[in-house]
Design a protein around this ligand. Structure first.
Ligand code: C5P
Length: 212
């Protein structure tokens, strides 16, 4: 089984994907980490993430697991990731790895922005997870505060809106809901309820029933 989960930053898609993978005994790939890894490599070389040649070279030399996840989680890396992710050759260089992963046994959950549309258009279940920008900013703020990082609500919201704008407006593989994806709006759902709703969607698809 392939489960494709797409959605904007802080929509809850990462946690939902992880928990679905555990629930169904599937492998999980957070594809955002690939773009973050490329961005990190560009920054580490002292180059700007908007530098096409540097970003393409980093994507072509990409090695999964080169950086620990903790080194990729910062908002500076996220911002840089959304810039390198808009470069078609960067995306192209990361496709084979993701499609290879999608064929892993016993099955996978992959989360990102273009999983249902580009990476695994034949996924068994497609879920588009979203929430209002204000709610996503509130969650991100709590996360930053939890890590002891200084954060300002207005700045966090502005960052989220800028990233949404870049991810939805880019010409290649923009963030969009696939026509056959199920919409899961988590604005008013705590994470446990959101995971239950996602499992309900998967079960409904597996049994041919309409999701609740
Ligand atoms: O999901 P995450 O916030 O870690 O993604 C970081 C950035 O990587 C996103 O803002 C997006 O620009 C890019 N990305 C993408 N396609 C994916 C996953 C992430 O363009 N499948």
């Amino acid at each position: 089984m392939i489960i494709a989960i797409d959605g904007p930053a802080a929509s809850g898609k990462g946690t939902i994907a992880k928990r679905l993978a555990v629930h169904y005994g599937l492998r999980h790939l957070d594809s955002g980490l690939l773009y973050r890894g490329v961005a990190k490599a560009v920054i580490e070389r002292g180059r700007d993430p908007g530098d096409r040649d540097a970003a393409i070279a980093a994507a072509r030399a990409f090695e999964p697991g080169r950086y620990p996840e903790s080194a990729l989680k910062g908002d500076d890396v996220a911002k840089a990731a959304s810039r390198v992710a808009a470069i078609p050759e960067v995306r192209e260089a990361l496709i084979a790895f993701q499609r290879g992963f999608a064929r892993s046994k016993p099955g996978v959950v992959i989360d990102g922005r273009d999983i249902a549309t580009v990476i695994a258009p034949d996924a068994d279940v497609k879920i588009f997870v979203t929430a209002t920008p204000q709610e996503r900013a509130r969650r991100r703020l709590l996360e930053l505060q939890g890590r002891g990082e200084p954060a300002d609500e207005a700045a966090v919201l502005a960052d989220i809106l800028a990233r949404d704008e870049r991810d939805t407006r880019r010409t290649v593989a923009p963030l969009t809901q696939a026509p056959d994806a199920h919409l899961l709006d988590t604005t008013y759902l705590a994470i446990d309820a959101a995971v239950r709703a996602a499992i309900d969607i998967v079960e409904a698809v597996r049994t041919g029933r309409k999701p609740a």
